[in-house]
Design a protein around this ligand. Structure first.
Ligand code: ZN
Length: 262
């Protein structure tokens, strides 16, 4: 029994070390941003846009999971409902009815220092419909919750917000191995909605499971330079020295148990 216990302790220490060194997967969160949320309803305050799946309001869980690979985390701050039948269905082809008009009216316009998220029912653009829209290199995005939530049998497109945030952070895939505004790799977060492989659960998200919504190292480095992000304290990250001490402590524990019961 004692010998088995000792080997088990060593095995756990080893696996933990391997996971901690897999930096390509999950980085310590050292950059954060706050997302200010506005929920559109009609003039009477009814027919409001959905706020996300029951188990993951605002897609906060999936968005944080996806951006963990860049060491970026988000807090979600619900600001208010907006009663406006005109903006409940965004139409970028009609002057006064587009996303620009909505954000200029209620959010102060695109910003280099803050991110406003508007939840609407549908979005019409010059090229048809869209699940979401976000500025390139500036804060501000809109999500078509009626279409997003009907995707995947009602589970929703759980990476739309993360994708639009990538645009806000200034990701220009055409300079990072893609074509036009988007990556050509279906497993990349910045692939267009038409070809991107969309996760259905958190375990599909890179690096685990199916490995969807990946970011390249160039994309990570690029996004982390965004002025929309703030630095967070680094003092909660275990130092290598203390990890080594932890291993030694466990070894000592194993040995002492062996001596005690062996
Ligand atoms: Zn896009």
């Amino acid at each position: 029994m004692t010998a088995y216990f000792s080997r088990l302790s060593l095995a756990i220490v080893f696996i933990t070390g391997v996971l901690a060194s897999g930096v390509a997967s999950a980085l310590p969160i050292t950059k954060i941003a706050t997302i200010n949320i506005y929920q559109l309803c009609n003039d009477a305050g009814a027919n409001c846009a959905a706020t996300g799946p029951a188990g993951d309001p605002f897609f906060a869980g999936s968005t944080n999971k996806i951006w963990e690979q860049a060491g970026i985390g988000f807090t979600f701050n619900f600001v208010s409902k907006i009663n406006s039948s005109a903006f409940l269905h965004i139409n970028d082809t009609v002057v006064g009815d587009g996303f620009w008009d909505l954000q200029a009216t209620y959010g102060g316009g695109p910003s280099f220092t803050s991110i406003d998220l508007f939840l609407v029912q549908t979005i019409t653009t010059a090229s048809g419909g869209a699940y979401g829209e976000g500025w390139l290199g500036m804060g501000g995005l809109v999500m078509a919750m009626q279409d997003i939530m009907s995707f995947n049998g009602g589970l929703g497109r759980i990476d739309t917000l993360a994708h639009e945030l990538g645009h806000n952070f200034g990701l220009q895939p055409n300079s990072l191995g893609g074509v036009g505004w988007h990556s050509t790799d279906p497993n990349n977060l910045m692939a267009s909605g038409g070809i991107r492989r969309v996760p259905t659960t958190l375990s599909d998200i890179s690096p685990i499971g199916l490995g969807y919504d990946q970011l390249t190292l160039a994309q990570v480095n690029n996004a982390r330079q965004s002025s929309l992000l703030s630095n967070v304290a680094y003092d909660t990250i275990p130092e290598p020295a203390s990890s080594a001490l932890f291993v030694i402590a466990l070894l000592a524990l194993s040995v002492s148990r062996y001596r005690q019961f062996g």
